[in-house]
Design a protein around this ligand. Structure first.
Ligand SMILES: [Zn+2]
Length: 594
């Protein structure tokens, strides 16, 4: 239907004004990236524009879309490499990396968009690098670099002034939750978000040796501008762990000090203030660095201090990126050696830890803190904590960063997972797990696990009622398999990932994240008045059952007094009871890995 002339005129006027406004904004906007004492950080659109300009400005730089986010906008990756990339997508990236002998550095920004230091730091660092071709060549001769400009796009678009309640700027920033209100730094195993799927595909295409995930801290006040969560050394394993604890961390802390930015391990308090010591954070695989190390990648969560001005935090984050790059340049052969040693170890292990617990052991840590005191709160009238920034202390505090295995997974020759569990199969395949389909229907002997009780969180956590396992008992039994079910050999690069997600005891196993909940339910029951007659017949015809039943009544508290429990006991002992109730649906070969 044509518009009437007055409406047409109004429409033309609106288009004209909108166009002029857009042009004005485009032409006269100033650089949105923090420089000296700015207190602002760019929007998602400004960020992508900036990375696009950087890619245009340098023949070794490429900007590509690598997948979707939950909010419907694409996730980008900015790649710096001396190699050519035939097509600007994940296949092109993977092909380039497969022929590159250089290290891989992956930087992930704005997983928590309210903590955007890394966005500004990355742009400032890359601008500087591109402006100094000699230095850039030197860096890129050692490593290929991928930067995710903004990972949590939905959160970044939910821009506001104030949700980082305790943080000192910037004036506007994004929100922690993504478009589905998920914390993406808990989503790397369960992959509820499209963002996580894009990340996982990028991660395996690029295959980094080192990952930096940029954040801003929460918690105590102290003088450090930058704090660091490294891949927990004990959890990293004997090859990577020793290298991280004895070589990489001390060199990085020294490098930061040289740049005028004293840095501490992340201040995860043991008590109320740092004087009581700090605890090494156990980054299980739900977190970026805990996920990365499953594939032999060393991870660092850079946590700039929340109470320092934004520009200071950006500089500290940039200095940390420079320190990592310098370390990788100076120790590239060491990194290759320890990564190869870790891969070698995994080729030969018969078991792997899947749970960890902290020990009482600590090491002394030279730490600078602010004095603190308790005073009466004007709000509650009770005692409150206050730090005094004018009074610094410096002393050794205990650093509790030693963990030991609390559950060890014996590695089978292969696992079997029925195709029915397609959400799990899909995640395994997305992680590049090698598997082959069963060719025809068959019945074979396998180890099957019986889950003896678990508790689920009463309230949702990241969209799940997370399960905590009580115990699992493994038996050998006949299992019916169908053509198209999946056999997963343990002899593969993804062994550690497989153990941690498939062993139901793993901190972040698929069992813990509710993927197998439908197997944890009895499907058939009985009516007591009918089963009475069946039970009587069973007892009359089976003397062993009669003896067992009498023994159970005399030895099980409360059974003799409870007719319903007696019927239930007989039902479970009868052929009517389903044998697959609470059977863990991932099976293991009878023989272990040699
Ligand atoms: Zn964070």
């Amino acid at each position: 239907m044509p518009l009437n002339p007055r409406l047409q005129l109004l429409f033309l006027f609106t288009v004209l004004v909108t166009g002029i406004t857009a042009f004005a904004q485009q032409s006269f906007s100033t650089d949105p990236f923090v420089e000296q004492d700015d207190n602002r950080t760019p929007t998602w659109e400004e960020t992508i524009d900036a990375f696009y300009s950087l890619a245009k400005a340098c023949e070794y730089a490429h900007l590509m879309q690598v997948g979707q986010s939950d909010v419907g906008r694409p996730i980008h990756a900015f790649v710096l490499t001396l190699s050519a990339i035939d097509s600007l997508n994940l296949s092109g990236l993977q092909a380039m990396r497969q022929t590159s002998e250089r290290l891989g550095l992956l930087i992930n920004n704005a997983i928590h968009p309210g903590e955007p230091c890394g966005v500004d730091a990355s742009v400032n660092w890359i601008r500087e690098l591109i402006a100094h071709p000699g230095r850039m060549h030197s860096v890129l001769s050692t490593m290929d670099i991928t930067v995710i400009p903004m990972y949590n796009i939905g959160g970044a678009l939910n821009r506001n002034c104030c949700t980082r309640t305790n943080q000192n700027g910037p004036e506007m920033y994004g929100f922690r939750g993504n478009a589905r209100n998920l914390d993406l730094n808990r989503d790397f195993i369960k992959m509820d978000s499209r963002n996580a799927r894009s990340f996982v595909e990028l991660f395996h295409s690029f295959s980094p040796d080192v990952l930096i995930d940029t954040h801003t801290s929460n918690g105590a006040d102290y003088p450090y501008e930058m704090t660091l969560i490294s891949t927990q050394p004990d959890k990293a394993g004997p090859a990577l762990g020793v290298f991280i604890r004895d070589k990489m961390e001390p060199t990085l802390f020294a490098s930061m000090l040289r740049r005028g930015i004293p840095t501490s391990p992340y201040v995860y308090l043991k008590g109320e203030t740092p004087e009581d010591g700090i605890v090494g954070f156990l980054e299980t695989p739900r977190y970026s660095t805990g996920y990365a190390v499953l594939f032999g990648c060393i991870g660092f969560t850079a946590e700039a201090h929340m109470l320092k001005p934004f520009a200071t935090r950006v500089k500290a984050t940039k200095a940390f990126i420079e320190s990592i790059v310098e370390f990788m340049q100076m120790h590239s052969s060491d990194i290759k050696t320890v990564c190869a040693a870790e891969a070698d170890r995994l080729r030969n292990v018969q078991s792997l830890p899947v749970r960890w617990e902290r020990t009482a052991k600590s090491s002394p840590l030279s730490f600078e803190g602010f004095e603190s005191k308790k005073e009466i709160s004007s709000v509650t009238g009770e005692l409150r904590l206050r730090y005094d920034r004018t009074r610094k202390w410096s002393k050794e505090i205990p650093f509790y960063n030693y963990y030991k295995s609390s559950a060890e997974s014996l590695i089978p020759e292969f696992w079997v997972i029925p195709q029915a569990w397609r959400h799990v199969v899909d995640r395994l395949q997305c992680n590049g797990v090698t598997m082959r389909p069963v060719e025809s229907d068959t019945t074979i002997l396998l180890r099957t696990g019986k889950i003896y009780g678990f508790t689920s969180l009463p309230n949702p956590y990241e969209g799940h009622h997370v399960n905590k396992l009580d115990s699992v008992e493994w038996l050998v039994s006949l299992v019916q398999l169908f053509a198209g079910d999946w056999v997963i050999p343990s002899d593969q690069r993804n062994l550690r990932y497989l153990c941690e997600v498939l062993d139901p005891r793993g901190h972040d196993s698929f069992f813990a994240w509710n993927f197998f909940d439908s197997a944890m339910q009895q499907k058939e029951y009985f009516s007591g008045y009918v089963f009475e007659d069946t039970a009587a017949e069973l007892l009359a015809s089976d003397s062993l059952l009669r003896i067992s039943f009498e023994y159970a009544k005399s030895s099980t508290p409360g059974l003799r007094e409870n007719p319903q429990s007696q019927l239930d006991w007989l039902y479970r002992a009868s052929p009517h009871y389903e044998r697959t109730s609470n059977r863990y649906p991932v099976f293991m070969s009878v023989s272990n890995r040699k």
